[in-house]
Design a protein around this ligand. Structure first.
Ligand code: PEP
Ligand code: MG
Length: 579
């Protein structure tokens, strides 16, 4: 039995067999060979091509039967690349002249080709880079002698163990069988943690080299409450955890009885509880858990795990069902937040030196207006079906809002000309997730109908701590005095200008921070859907005056440690069983 400590990223307990995921990009070491091994390696390249062509021919024939035109076309394109003799020759030449192993030659030739495609201006050609990466993975799978385990079609319950889940991997998950997640990298607001929480899957992150210490099929316990994982537990430990699992389920069922009750403080102030979603099918959980609407729809997930950008109709379909299900309840759709760690497949190879300070979010959209307009058109069309609001991410200055709104108006005019319906009164708000936006909130409020505070990014940019880097995760905290002061400024400026302000970062999903946020003036919280009942219970257990006292006390504390221990002990007094 081996116990490893990490960061508790999503609550709950999971017990299942480990499934080790390769990192998405196979890391291929440069393995040199002797001249006498050349022919053997060249033969390996040829065999890998033969097997890959065999797979693709079979897949193409299967798709032919089901008449799935588009997918069939993709396989046909891949087959054409694979049958191209000059490609194979370039790879075998590299083995011969540079004395490198087959997988190394395959990887370097295909990556060079993909980068070349990506840099071509023409969108059709640059998107072919994703095909080249797929071909590379297919060949490597044969060369490395094992089939990549398929997270999209699982048949038994597993704990996913990996270095870091990429957004693309989670976009394709078969969620019915994933019981727990354990990752080497990441922090509480890294992508894996957010996804795990929103899917109610227990997770522990920042486990350093855990994925190298576990073998596929090992029994793993993920204790997402205490932030530990246990490999090969002994019988006593297993029994203890099975008992905790039963107790946790009972607590959850108890909290679910709050569903129909309002999120109202003991002295009668209503707090609006919204949910954050990444995929349309998560929206149902918000209603099940008694939420009031969607406060953050992270639409970039529509772009991942697919070779091409979504069409206007695909966007519309992804929004329409949810909006209709929510009827008059608000659905805040955040325009695409691509860049940083979330890339379309065709742009994956474009490396930036500091991606979180690079071309991401609204900046990306303002440089890719054609793509931006496709999404805006779909959101506007969908706005005719219910109560939709638009939100722009990572704004840093007034010009960005003005520019984005100008483009939005352009799209509205197009729709007017075509007599296509949309909600002309649709509210347009922004996320406040940079210190620049927080410090100029008063001016940004003049161009925004509402603010939503994205604490995940606000913390990383304020404290200069990468939110996904396990080496500095101890420095990443929502309750550093600097962060609290910025949040207070944003709330005050929003109130002065009469606009709504909510919190949609992970801070709003943490029971111990709720009294502070309410005491600072927040009346709308948007959180990971499984946390709605617990946060509701917290709110129903306190008065506004209790919260004001907490906020005043916190503003007088000098260190993060003091704030944290004060908030934790206060929350424990309020709902001892949940914290
Ligand atoms: C945030 O930054 O707080 C946020 C909600 O956005 P994301 O986590 O998607 O970056
Ligand atoms: Mg953000």
């Amino acid at each position: 039995m081996e116990i490893k400590k990490g960061i508790a990223a999503s609550p709950g307990i999971a017990i299942a067999e480990a499934m080790i995921l390769d990192c998405e990009d196979y890391r291929i070491p440069r393995r040199s060979i002797k001249p006498s091994q050349r022919m053997g390696e060249i033969l390996r390249v040829r065999n890998a091509f033969k097997q890959a062509i065999g797979d693709l021919t079979e897949l193409e024939a299967e798709q032919g039967k089901s008449d799935a035109g588009k997918i069939k076309d993709i396989f046909a394109v891949h087959l054409r690349f694979m049958r191209d003799r000059s490609l194979r020759k370039e790879i075998t030449d590299r083995v011969y002249s540079q004395l490198v192993a087959a997988e190394c030659a395959v990887s370097s030739v295909l990556r060079k080709l993909a980068t070349h495609f990506t840099n071509v201006e023409d969108a059709y050609i640059s998107e072919r880079a994703a095909d080249i990466y797929d071909i590379e993975r297919r060949l490597l799978r044969h060369l490395l002698g094992h089939q990549r385990e398929d997270v999209e079609h699982l048949s038994q319950e597993v704990v996913i163990v990996t270095r870091e889940l990429s957004p693309t991997q989670t976009a394709g998950f078969d969620r019915n069988y994933i019981r727990g997640i354990a990752t080497d990298a990441g922090g509480r607001t890294s992508h894996s943690a957010i996804v795990a929480r929103s899917l109610a899957i227990p997770a522990v992150v920042a486990l350093e080299d855990f994925s190298e210490a576990v073998r596929p099929g090992d029994t793993v316990i993920v204790d997402g409450n205490r932030g530990i994982v246990i490999v090969d537990p002994d019988e006593g430990t297993l029994e203890e955890y099975r008992k905790s699992l039963r107790e946790f389920t009972v607590l959850e069922q108890k909290l679910d009885t709050l569903r129909e009750k309002p999120a109202e403080t003991r002295d009668g102030t209503r707090i609006v509880l919204l949910g954050n979603i990444e995929f349309p099918d998560e929206s149902e959980m918000i209603l099940q858990k008694g939420g009031d609407g969607i406060g953050l729809y992270r639409t970039e997930f529509l772009y991942l795990n697919r070779p091409t950008e979504p069409t206007e109709q695909e966007h519309y379909d992804a929004y329409a069902k949810t909006i209709q299900a929510f009827q008059a309840r608000p659905v805040i759709i955040r325009t695409v937040d691509l860049g940083a760690d979330k890339h379309t497949q065709s742009r994956r190879s474009l490396k930036e030196p500091n991606p979180f300070l690079g071309l991401r979010s609204i900046r990306y959209c303002l440089q890719h207006i054609r793509m931006f307009k496709v999404q805006l058109r779909a959101i506007l069309r969908a706005s005719a079906l219910g109560h939709v609001k638009i939100m722009f991410p990572l704004v840093t200055n007034l010009q960005e809002i003005r520019q984005a709104k100008l483009i939005l108006r352009d799209v509205m005019e197009d729709l007017d000309e075509e007599s296509i319906a949309y909600d002309p009164r649709l509210e347009v708000g922004i996320m406040i997730e940079t210190p620049a936006a927080a410090l100029t909130a008063a001016s940004l409020a003049q161009e925004s109908s509402f603010f939503s505070i994205g604490t995940n990014d606000l913390i990383q940019y304020t404290l200069a701590v990468d939110r996904g880097n396990e080496h500095v995760s101890a420095l990443y905290s929502a309750v550093e005095p600097a962060v609290i002061r910025l949040i207070r400024t944003i709330i005050q400026d929003a109130h002065r200008h009469g606009i709504d302000v909510s919190v949609c970062g992970e801070m709003a999903s943490e029971p111990e921070y709720i009294m502070l946020l309410v005491g600072l003036g927040i009346r709308t919280l948007s959180m990971t859907p499984p946390m709605i009942p617990e946060i509701k219970q917290m709110i129903r257990s306190v008065t506004i005056e209790d919260c004001n006292i907490v906020a005043r006390k916190v503003l007088g504390l000098a260190t993060e440690r003091q704030v944290n221990s004060f908030l934790r002990s206060t929350a424990r007094e309020v709902i001892p069983e949940a914290i």
